[in-house]
Design a protein around this ligand. Structure first.
Ligand code: HMG
Ligand code: MG
Length: 309
């Protein structure tokens, strides 16, 4: 399989952790319901391709996200392969936390919005109410010894509210970290962000004591900016990057949100810089081609298209 020519830069990080969201962010947005056995096989294949951290599913209302209503069955099928601190599940409330714990989860992700409108659209709660909903979830999760990630959506623009002031994003981010989250995932839900904006926001978060070592970046690729924005974040010192195999993804409650940064495109770029990810690109591409077969359409990833030819 073709590889990029390696030209390592001395100031690049030695290793980047890819936080794979395909099974959750990817499949939550599919029109077709993917059978639970296929989901389990997808996750097993991702892990064996070298993706160490894989977000497996969500324990949210099945009325809101029917695509992931099989989360308990999925974790049951996966057994040990679905457990551990590097197999987080999305949880919005204490009901979701109870289910996650009952099914052996050892890591969770809560998900807030930097804007009032998206908080209501996605959680049926205003911003204040949603932070209040998360507080006991994080407290109990930490008491149980779980690892907790906090997603923050609409950090770079909101389809209803338009521009989102950086101060507003930093304010909600600080409140989430004050709840006790171990990591903050800075989300560009609709993919409108650009590189200067990424730098400004990371600087502002740093200024409030949320340093890059506690940050992951989560870029949807709607406007083709996800890889450039990721590179800007890496230059800034971020070493955790969210990506989705084959570029699957989107949020059913965020109009105009399309797929995440494709994991293959990210791996290609990092490989060229000599940055380790632990991922075997060939088996990852094969996995995305296999998944595309189940979904009935080709992968959105440019690297998958180029290599699977
Ligand atoms: P609600 O309707 O206000 O909830 O929804 P409720 O508390 O009134 O309960 C309604 C019903 O749902 C009840 O059932 C509850 O028991 C049940 P009923 O009594 O009517 O039979 N219920 C649940 N069932 C299972 N698991 C649960 C649960 N909670 C309540 N955890 C709620 C509020 C938060 C539940 C709802 O809004 C919800 O589930 N939202 C999730 C939306 C979602 O998953 N969006 C996609 C993920 S976020 C994303 O993709 C962005 C991200 O990728 C970052 C980025 O890109 O920016 C992370
Ligand atoms: Mg997302």
């Amino acid at each position: 399989m073709r590889r990029p020519q390696r030209e390592a830069l001395t100031d690049a990080p030695g290793r980047v952790t890819i936080y794979e969201v395909g099974p959750r962010d990817g499949l939550q947005n599919e029109k077709t319901l993917v059978p639970v056995e296929v989901k389990a096989e997808f996750i097993r294949r991702l892990v064996s391709a070298g993706l160490d951290t894989v977000e497996t599913t969500s324990f949210v209302s099945p009325t809101w996200v029917p695509q992931l209503a099989d989360s308990a069955a999925l974790l049951g099928l996966l057994g040990e392969a679905g457990r551990g601190r590097n197999r987080p599940v999305l949880v919005p409330n204490e009901r979701g936390l109870d289910a996650a714990l009952d099914n052996g989860a050892q890591a969770i992700a809560i998900f807030a919005s930097a804007t009032e409108t998206f908080a209501r659209k996605n959680l049926n709660r205003g911003l204040e109410e949603s932070v209040a909903m998360f507080a006991p979830v994080v407290r109990r999760a930490l008491d149980e010894g779980l690892w907790v990630r906090g997603y923050l959506s609409m950090c770079f623009g909101d389809p209803w509210e338009g521009d989102v002031p950086i101060d507003q994003v930093v304010d909600v981010a600080s409140r989430m970290m004050d709840l006790g989250c171990d990591q903050l995932s800075v989300g560009d839900t609709i993919g409108t962000g650009t590189t200067g904006h990424v730098r400004r926001l990371l600087d502002a978060l740093d200024g409030k004591g949320i340093g890059t070592e506690r940050i992951g970046v989560h870029f949807h690729d709607t406007y083709g900016q996800a890889l450039a924005n990721t590179m800007a974040a890496l230059d800034h010192g971020v070493t955790v990057v969210d990506a989705s195999a084959g570029g699957l993804g989107g949020c059913p409650y965020a109009m105009s949100a399309t797929g995440n940064l494709a994991t293959e495109d990210l791996v290609w770029a990092l490989d060229g810089l000599g940055i380790e990810t632990g991922v075997d690109l060939q088996s990852l591409v094969e996995t995305s081609v296999w998944m595309a077969g189940h979904l009935g359409r080709p992968s959105a990833s440019r690297v998958v298209k180029a290599l699977a030819g």
